[in-house]
Design a protein around this ligand. Sequence first.
Ligand SMILES: NC(=O)c1ccc[n+]([C@@H]2O[C@H](COP(=O)([O-])OP(=O)(O)OC[C@H]3O[C@@H](n4cnc5c(N)ncnc54)[C@H](OP(=O)(O)O)[C@@H]3O)[C@@H](O)[C@H]2O)c1
Length: 352
Amino acid sequence: MQNPQHSECQQRAIAEVKSAYSHLPHGDRIFRQCVEGQNSIAEVLKAKDPDSAGILKTERPSSYKIEQPYLSIISESHISTMSIVKTILITGANTGLGLEVVKSLCRSTTKYDILVGCRTPSKGQAAIDEVKNEYPSTSSTLSTLQVDLESDDSLQKAVETISKEKGHLDILMNNGGVAYDPQISSGAIGIREAWNKSWNVNVAGTQVLTTLAVPLLLKSSDPRLIFITSGTATLTETESTASENLKRLNGSPAAGWPKEPGFSTTSYRSSKTGLNMLMREWVRILKNDGVKVWCISPGFLATSLGGYGSEQLKKIGALDPVIGADFTLSVVEGKRDHDTGKIVRKDMIQPW
Ligand SMILES: NC(=O)c1ccc[n+]([C@@H]2O[C@H](COP(=O)([O-])OP(=O)(O)OC[C@H]3O[C@@H](n4cnc5c(N)ncnc54)[C@H](OP(=O)(O)O)[C@@H]3O)[C@@H](O)[C@H]2O)c1
């Protein structure tokens, strides 16, 4: 939290306020909320932590008295605009939508400490090199973090590293994902293996990582938990063939068996429907913790997903992933705070 641009007096005031409130549950979190521009510790406590507000007013009157002078020094120091950096972990950030989100973050005026989640650190580093080359003057910082959603050991180590090096996490973006339906159709992978892998990465691994990371999110003053889902995952729209995309997804093949191997997403879209329920569960579980939770449905994007190739996907209507990434950034930066708990699309709420 030390900022060399603060005067010695400001630094001392900050240290004293921090120490005065460190005895409270979530003391560090309350401190961060205050330096992020909220004027009154008492207000923050009342809104977020009624029990602590009681302790503050009755058992620690001396702490309560020092509140106003120190807070005015803190607000004069403009800490809210100078030193608040948002720490964000994005899984699968070395390519596709994840990489574009990293670039969108680097274009933002907000400063981020970006943890580029990747299975293979050399791929993560290559992605960082690419971003730094494109955005040499970004104020955000980037580092790789090995995150393999199929390995509990990898997930455990990743969260331990964040805990040791950052002490908290502001945003967890569960983006890493796989789709094996084309490989089922071509015979390259068996149905069971493809389904198990899809659910392992898209749902089970995501759930393990989220469970491990929640304690770090709870140390943030504005925790955000995001799951990247899919437009294919809505149950309601399976009844629709209103557009070319929906026809491809939801149209029925001719009678007879075997069916022609068409454009199939059966294992992928089922796993993403499972992910949607996982999101709703986290909304329920974290309801009283002030964590904002969403699924983001970023649109049909030309990435490597499914192995079709981005050029092939563009031919059937896939968009530039930068569109999905900029929309995702808008959610990170508060534009859809009124839609927490929902599956948000750029222009609407995705039906369940
Ligand atoms: N493309 C679309 O139209 C679309 C639409 C809606 C939602 N989405 C979602 O967007 C997310 C990103 O997909 P994308 O389209 O950008 O596809 P992509 O280009 O294939 O990127 C997928 C990312 O997930 C990573 N990943 C795969 N297995 C992983 C594992 N076991 N552990 C950790 N990371 C793993 C990949 O890492 P490697 O490079 O090491 O394989 C890669 O970084 C996915 O959740 C996808 O379902 C995509």
